[in-house]
Design a protein around this ligand. Structure first.
Ligand code: ZN
Ligand code: ZN
Length: 367
């Protein structure tokens, strides 16, 4: 079969014939890959950054944001059948820490986990993929055309779920399901993660503000506004002005990965607010920040700062549910988050280049 194969640590990446994976255990499922998203992680890998081949091999099939259709199931597979649409998760546990033993690989303590397409396991940019049904999430047929957004949606599901969990366990009078109702949530960075965050927050009843530096008439602010959010162009509006218009920001969902902006945002986080970071900034020159001012504010305003990466099985199920509700509520808006669909033979076009109107690029493998 064809696959996009990288020599980790180099920029050598090509479409190659590799051995087609086969069902090896009775609980394995084989999927025909339909499409696989490209994100910053793939581009970092392709530029010679963080990526590891499986043990004993020198190459890695990339790709972690997949969706597919089942073509074969092992004899003991219980919950899936041929023809079902589904998504494989990304991370596999280390097998010995407290979190992984409880199937919470996203919270692995040892760092010895593996990740398909990233760390020690082949990924999904290929015609077929096989894995245990334990790592498979069923997709309703109604969302099969946007199901490739499931994995990026899990990132915001985890960030928002953890923020709600913490807030409702420390603040009076709320439960996790209703905490966001009527709250003001600010999203920093309107890429796919930010826009999917806007969808989830709007579905939970929050008042959503999105901040970025793109023109207000471009596609990303437009999608935000169709979801009911308010766009702020950070080039035109100062944070002081933003604060005057929105004095109580309850939650900040950071999806920009820009350290300077992210530290500045502490100034507008409200009383008892929670700040969740999901962006991974590139290392650069040290920043000049007023540390004492930020620390004082976190203490005097009872604020929580939280980092969040990867996602649990529960977050995958919430992502599928929210994509279903989102597509029902905004049937023409949500599909626009997939801005480019590229046939696998032309993968090179998008892996090294990022076009200005890009939101989510996906590589298509089969119809
Ligand atoms: Zn990704
Ligand atoms: Zn672990």
């Amino acid at each position: 079969m064809k696959a996009i194969v990288l020599k980790p640590g180099t920029t050598s990446i090509q479409l190659k014939d590799v051995e087609e994976p086969m069902i090896q255990k009775p609980t394995d499922v084989k999927m025909k890959v339909l499409s696989v998203g490209i994100c910053g992680t793939d581009r970092e890998e392709a530029s010679g950054g963080r990526a590891d081949a499986p043990q004993g091999e020198s190459e890695l099939v990339i790709g972690h944001e997949m969706c597919g259709q089942i073509v074969e199931v092992g004899s003991l597979v219980k919950d899936f059948k041929v023809g079902d649409y589904a998504v494989f998760t990304v991370r596999r546990g280390c097998g010995h820490c407290e979190a992984c033993l409880a199937d919470h690989y996203d919270m692995c303590y040892t760092g010895q986990y593996t990740e398909r397409g990233i760390k020690g396991r082949h990924g999904y940019q290929a015609e077929f993929a096989v894995d245990d049904e334990k790592y498979l999430i069923k997709i309703p047929e109604t969302i099969k055309d946007i199901a490739v957004l499931t994995e990026p949606t899990t990132v915001v599901e985890k960030a928002i779920e953890e923020a709600c969990h913490i807030q409702t366990s420390r603040l009076p009078g709320h439960n996790k399901e209703s905490w966001l109702q009527g709250k003001t949530a600010l999203i920093a960075g309107l890429g796919p993660i930010g826009l999917l965050g806007a969808m989830v927050l709007a579905l939970r009843g929050a008042k959503v503000i999105g901040i970025d530096i793109v023109d207000k008439d471009s596609s990303r602010p437009k999608i935000l506004e169709e979801l009911g959010g308010t766009y702020i162009n950070a080039k035109e509006t100062s944070l002081d002005n933003l604060l005057k218009q929105h004095p109580q920001i309850d939650l900040i969902l950071e999806a920009a990965g820009i350290a300077k902006l992210d530290f500045d945002l502490f100034d507008i986080l409200g009383m008892n607010g929670v700040y969740v970071l999901t962006g991974v900034p590139a290392e650069g020159k040290p920043l000049d920040v007023n540390g004492a001012h930020i620390m004082k504010q976190i203490v005097l305003k009872n604020q929580v700062v939280l980092g969040s990466v990867n996602a649990s099985f529960d977050n995958f199920h919430s992502a599928v549910k929210d994509l279903e509700s989102g597509l029902k509520k905004w049937p023409t808006t949500i599909p626009k988050i997939i801005s480019h669909k590229i046939p696998f033979k032309e993968f090179e076009k998008v892996l090294s280049k990022h076009s200005p109107d890009e939101i989510k690029v996906i590589i298509t493998w089969a119809a």
